[in-house]
Design a protein around this ligand. Structure first.
Ligand SMILES: C=CC1=C(C)c2cc3[nH]c(cc4nc(cc5[nH]c(cc1n2)c(C)c5CCC(=O)O)C(CCC(=O)O)=C4C)c(C)c3C=C
Ligand SMILES: [Fe+2]
Ligand SMILES: [Fe+2]
Length: 373
């Protein structure tokens, strides 16, 4: 059984001083994703959900009301159910979310290296392991003087992006020498991201033919967060509109939906599953679903969409359901992530290789990206 995930402060006091294995000052990138359990077991899922659902950014209900409900009802009921779902998507290397995030970090480091940036790329999870605090400790202790926090969320939400910022700020509070920090808050309208999505959908259609309808399903959030000013809903809609434009889809050929509703409150609508059922009843024989807000396949895509969504569509009379995988470690996506990272590293020393060809390419890319925005 994995140990309780300690707070950055606990660790700061209990950990023996690290040996000065400093490689000289360097710039680092930390790719931060949501997180996932260590194992698909009720105990591991409970630990993960306890950390996740106790985050006040995620559930915005007064603590005195929510925590007794979380510990008394939600965790006992949900942990085993959720673990059974995780078991259906688990791979020999572990949870898909973690496996893909690790590969993205490795490939991003490769891309940046090829483009003249000597930066170290690591990855961390907001909930579970490796934690943001442990990875930031490791980078700072090794000599990282500048750290770019790259979230795995193309669309900004207080529930996800801001929560990563909270975790980084909490870590910084416990350190004396805090590195320079930067955050990539969003890239929902980034041309490279949208093009990578469009190409992966078109590739799918070249192999499997085109559907009668495309559903773009994003993770939902409570509708209340939209009224409180969370830009998430607008950013999802913009991603959807720009992606449909790139795919040259007429308005009646696609629908944007929100999935993964949690609890009884109203979440962003339209909901994914009832939309799939309605499309089947309207006579759409084949529907494809893509999840542009998830940069890695995970429980929410592989189980909720590719399994449950499929079952719901077919049970309502649909004939063929195809799930289009997330970008994962797609080459064009890594290139887009690299370009986004490169833009945010601007002005920071990354020991760029003084190869005129590489530098010229970087300059042209930056100009093209600037013009495309
Ligand atoms: C309780 C409220 C939740 C909010 C708000 C929420 C927002 C949100 N989540 C993601 C991305 C992912 N969520 C994932 C799993 C997941 N999400 C919630 C709840 C909320 N999410 C729960 C309880 C769970 C765990 C699974 C379950 O028990 O149902 C995942 C997958 C993780 C994995 O291990 O594979 C992702 C990714 C976004 C982008 C978002 C808001 C924009
Ligand atoms: Fe979620
Ligand atoms: Fe779900």
């Amino acid at each position: 059984m994995a140990a309780r995930i300690p707070h950055a402060r606990d660790r700061q006091h209990s950990r023996p001083p690290r040996p000065p294995a400093r490689a000289g000052p360097f710039t680092a990138v930390l790719l931060c994703n949501l997180g996932t359990p260590d194992e698909p077991t009720p105990a591991a899922v409970r630990r993960y959900l306890a950390q996740f659902l106790a985050d006040p950014r995620v559930v915005e209900i007064p603590r005195a009301v929510w925590l007794p409900l979380l510990y008394g009802v939600i965790l006992p009921l949900r942990s085993a159910k959720s673990a059974a779902k995780y078991a259906t998507i688990w791979t020999p290397e572990g949870s898909p979310l973690k496996v893909w995030t690790e590969r993205q970090a490795k490939r991003l480091q490769g891309w940046l290296g090829e483009h003249g940036h000597r930066v170290r790329v690591a990855y961390a999870m907001r909930y579970g392991n490796p934690s943001i605090a442990s990875e930031l400790d490791a980078l700072a202790d090794a000599g990282a003087e500048r750290i770019l926090i790259l979230t795995a969320y193309p669309q900004y939400s207080g529930t996800t992006t801001a929560s990563v910022i909270d975790a980084v700020a909490q870590w910084a509070q416990a350190r004396r020498a805090v590195p320079e920090l930067r955050f990539v808050n969003r890239y929902h309208d980034d041309r490279g991201y949208l093009q990578a999505l469009a190409r992966s959908i078109e590739r799918h259609w070249r192999e499997h033919g085109k559907p009668d309808h495309l559903v773009m399903s994003f993770h939902g959030v409570p509708e209340r967060t939209l009224h409180l000013g969370d830009p998430y809903h607008c950013e999802c809609r913009k991603t959807g509109r720009l992606l449909a434009e790139l795919l040259q889809l007429p308005a009646d050929a696609w629908t944007l939906t929100f999935q993964s509703r949690f609890g009884k409150a109203k979440w962003l609508e339209p909901y994914t599953e009832p939309t799939l059922q309605a499309l089947a009843r309207e006579g759409k024989r084949r529907v494809d679903v893509v999840c542009p807000g998830f940069s890695s396949d995970c429980l929410e895509t592989l189980e909720e969409i590719a399994q449950e969504g499929r079952d719901a569509f077919l049970a309502a009379g649909g004939r063929s359901f195809q799930y289009i995988p997330c970008l994962n470690d797609d080459t064009e996506w890594i290139r887009a992530l690299g370009a986004i990272t490169q833009q945010h590293l601007a002005g920071w020393p990354t020991q760029a290789v003084a190869d005129p060809k590489v530098l010229q390419e970087q300059k042209e890319r930056a100009v093209a990206l600037g013009a495309a925005r």
